[in-house]
Design a protein around this ligand. Structure first.
Ligand SMILES: C[S@@+](CC[C@H](N)C(=O)[O-])C[C@H]1O[C@@H](n2cnc3c(N)ncnc32)[C@H](O)[C@@H]1O
Length: 319
C-alpha cells in the first residue's frame, strides 16, 4: 500500500476513509475521484494537445486493440528490462497516455502499477484498463508534483514524455526521488537531429506548421486538418521521385515496412503520430551523452543505453 501525500502541504492523506473524494486533514484540500482516476491537478494549458490526441486515438497503440506486439517490443527495447523483472514489483509509468505500456507491464503481474498523466488521456487509460486490473492506480497529475512519497518504486519509466515538459531536466530530477535505492529508472526522449535528412540550414515547411499548430490553430482544428490530409499524403509521399518533395510539403509519419500493421492501421498510426509531431508546445531534443550525464551526476550506476535514441536506464545507488 502506497500512501498519498498532499501536493500542497506534503502531509499524508488517508485514502481509504474518504472514497470517492480525498481530503487532506491538514490543509483541507479535496481531490476528486473521477471514473476511477484520482485527480490531483488543475487543467494544464500546455497538455491540451495531448488531451485532444488521446481522446481521439483512444486505443490505436494498444497491442490488445491492434493485434500486434509493437508496444511490448518497444517497451523492452526502451527500458532494457526483462518481463520477469517486473513480477511482484512496484512500478510507475509517468505520462502513461492511454495506457499502451501499462497494458504491457500489467501482463507481468507487478505488485502495484501507478499510471500518471497530466492530460485527459488518463481517463481514456482508465476506460481501457481499469475494469480488468485491480493492481492499477491512475492519477491525473503533473510529473513535477507527484503526490507520492520518496523511494517507493522498484521501477519508474517515462517514455516519450519528459521532452514535452517545460523544463525536462527538472522533471527528470523530480522523478528520481520516487525510485527506491537499487531500483531502476528508464526514459526515452527525442534524439538530436532525428528524422533530418536535409541539412539543418534549409528551411522546412514543418517548422511553419509546428508554429501554426502551437500558437494559432486550436488543437481540435489541427486534428481535423491532419485527419483530412494524412491519408492521401502517405500514398503520395511513397512515390519514387515526387515523394521527396511532397514529404516536405505534407509531412506524414509512415510506418510501412517498420511495423506489421494493416493499411488501415498504418493510416491511423500516421494520423496519430503526425498530429503528435506537429502539436506539442514543448519538444526538446537530446544527445545520448547529455542524458547519460543526468544519470551519472545524480547517483545512478549500471547506466544502459537502449536500442532507440535516446533511451537510457540506470540503477539508483544504494547510498
Ligand atoms: C507523446 S505522449 C506519450 C504517452 C505514452 N507514454 C506513450 O508513449 O504512448 C506524452 C504524454 O505525456 C503527458 N505529459 C506531458 N507533460 C506531463 C507532465 N508534466 N506530467 C505528466 N504527464 C505529462 C501528456 O499528457 C501525454 O499523454
Amino acid at each position: 500500500m502506497i500512501n498519498f501525500l498532499c501536493p500542497e502541504c506534503k502531509k499524508e492523506i488517508d485514502f481509504q476513509s474518504k472514497r470517492p473524494a480525498l481530503e487532506c486533514t491538514n490543509c483541507k484540500l479535496q481531490f476528486e475521484m473521477i471514473n476511477g482516476v484520482l485527480k490531483f491537478t488543475a487543467k494544464a494549458q500546455y497538455a491540451d494537445s495531448f488531451s485532444t490526441e488521446w481522446t481521439h486515438f483512444r486505443k490505436t497503440q494498444l497491442d490488445s486493440y491492434n493485434g500486434t506486439r509493437i508496444s511490448e517490443k518497444l517497451f523492452y527495447e526502451y527500458t532494457g528490462w526483462q518481463p520477469s523483472d517486473l513480477k511482484g514489483k512496484r512500478v510507475l509509468d509517468v505520462g502513461c497516455g492511454t495506457g499502451r505500456y501499462l497494458e504491457v507491464v500489467l501482463k507481468e503481474e507487478p505488485e502495484s502499477l501507478f499510471g500518471v498523466d497530466l492530460s485527459e488521456a488518463v481517463y481514456v487509460a482508465a476506460e481501457n484498463l481499469l475494469p480488468k486490473n485491480n493492481r492499477l492506480m491512475l492519477l491525473q497529475c503533473d510529473a513535477n508534483h507527484l503526490p507520492l512519497p520518496d523511494q517507493v518504486f522498484d521501477f519508474v519509466y517515462s517514455i516519450g514524455v519528459i521532452h514535452h515538459t517545460p523544463d525536462p531536466y527538472k522533471t527528470w530530477k523530480n522523478l528520481v526521488r520516487l525510485v527506491k535505492p537499487g531500483g531502476r529508472f528508464a526514459i526515452w526522449v527525442y534524439g538530436k537531429g532525428r528524422g533530418n535528412r536535409l541539412p539543418s540550414w534549409i528551411p522546412r515547411p514543418i517548422y511553419l506548421y509546428q508554429f501554426l499548430a502551437n500558437r494559432i490553430i486550436p488543437s481540435g482544428t489541427m486534428l481535423k486538418i491532419v485527419l483530412s490530409y494524412v491519408p492521401w499524403a502517405i500514398n503520395l509521399n511513397r512515390q519514387p521521385l515526387i515523394g521527396c518533395i511532397t514529404r516536405q510539403l505534407f509531412p506524414a509519419i509512415d510506418y510501412k515496412g517498420r511495423f506489421p500493421l494493416s493499411d488501415e492501421m498504418l493510416i491511423e498510426w500516421a494520423c496519430l503520430d503526425t498530429f503528435d509531431c506537429l502539436t506539442p508546445k514543448y519538444a526538446r531534443t537530446y544527445t545520448v551523452d547529455e542524458i547519460i550525464g543526468w544519470y551519472k551526476n545524480n547517483g545512478f550506476c549500471d547506466i544502459k543505453v537502449g536500442k532507440h535514441l535516446v533511451s537510457v536506464s540506470g540503477e539508483k545507488l544504494l547510498t
